[in-house]
Write a protein that binds this ligand. Structure first.
Ligand code: 2P0
Length: 328
């Protein structure tokens, strides 16, 4: 194991869950309560360079050109401590990270961020991890990062401990033409972080155990739909699963929601399009932006429809993206 003598750069794309992760069994190891399944997206990614240097007195984290305060960099530094523990040395690191999003979309995510950090930091530390172990390492930074190691359709197997909770590819380069139309309805920071929101659900929603049961069934349905290239089954179940997750926020104590008025309007418009025969489905994560899952051939028409309502720059067409890449 040799510590790299130059910065190592990794690039990882974000992902959108079709079957969501919403709750942990183990907060420290980030073991989820259910299996989840996502599409890695081509347009949104993080690029991160890491070098461990004996002369540094502390970790130095630069995010989109700004030096992060100690508070803001805490999760990154905690993650680097884990990498140092695995590698068996105590040098600090210089981390330079940049998010690439087509507009200021507010879709920069901890998924691409911690996947890229896992890739760059592990190789910079001289750890030669395979993809599975890289996804286990990314999981320690953020649950959704587990899945961003791989491209295309990806599953995160819940597992029961650090060794058994990891992602694996279902279809890295899907042969069917699928697209996700992203509606950027706000770029504001969310009020309830995913971490806090999912903990509230586990601890207070009376529907939590029903969510776990339903999600495990949704996981099997969507996985089979991918194998059969059955778009309607994939879309329908993904939409249902998203609303089941959001029902957990509404039934938490205190209750809250990630929807805003435009989210509800957008979801209604998706249903109207379906009534007109355009097969498309919506999903939402821990924020008001709506993502529309559709077949590639319909993506442009759907995007134009939403651009007329929400504005040209608020609508982006994305396709399945690649897994992580790491420089030598
Ligand atoms: C998902 N989300 O499966 C779900 C759906 C958002 C909604 O994973 O606490 O930032 O760092 O593990 O990964 C967002 O949660 O949470 C998330 P932590 P994370 O994509």
């Amino acid at each position: 194991m040799v510590i790299a003598d130059h910065p190592i750069t990794a690039k990882a794309h974000t992902n959108i869950a079709l079957v969501k992760y919403w709750g942990k069994l183990n907060d420290q190891l980030i073991i989820p309560q259910n299996d989840s399944l996502s599409i890695t997206l081509d347009k949104f990614y993080t690029q991160t360079a890491v070098q461990f240097l004996p002369e540094l007195a502390a970790d130095d984290v630069i995010f989109d050109g700004q030096v992060l305060s100690d508070d803001a960099s805490l999760r990154v530094r905690t993650f680097l401590n884990h990498v140092r523990e695995l590698a068996g040395f105590d040098y600090h690191a210089r981390v330079i990270t940049k998010n690439f999003v087509p507009t200021s979309a507010g879709l920069a995510s901890s998924a691409s961020g911690f996947a890229a950090l896992a890739g760059a930091a592990s190789r910079a530390a001289g750890l030669a991890l395979n993809q599975r172990d890289l996804s286990r390492l990314a999981r320690r930074g953020s649950g959704s990062a587990t899945r961003s190691i791989f491209g295309g359709f990806v599953a995160w197997q819940q597992g029961h401990d650090d060794a058994t909770s990891f992602a694996y590819p279902i279809d890295e380069r899907p042969a069917w033409d699928i697209a996700v139309v992203v509606l950027v309805l706000t770029v504001k920071q969310k009020k309830v972080s995913s971490r806090v929101g999912m903990r509230l659900a586990v601890e207070t929603s009376p529907f939590y155990s029903a969510w776990v049961t339903a999600s495990q069934a949704d996981f099997k349905t969507v996985k089979t739909a991918i194998q059969n290239q059955d778009f309607e089954a994939l879309g329908h179940t993904s939409e249902q699963n998203a609303m089941r997750m959001h029902a957990l926020t509404l039934s938490s104590d205190p209750n809250f929601t990630y929807f805003n008025a435009d989210s509800i309007k957008a979801m209604q418009l998706v249903k109207d399009l379906r009534l007109q025969g355009i097969v498309c489905y919506f999903t939402m994560d821990a924020g008001p932006n709506v993502k529309i899952i559709c077949q590639g051939a319909d993506a442009k028409q759907i995007a134009q429809h939403f651009q007329a309502v929400f504005g040209k720059d608020q609508v982006l067409i994305t396709r399945p993206g690649a897994g992580i890449s790491i420089s030598d």
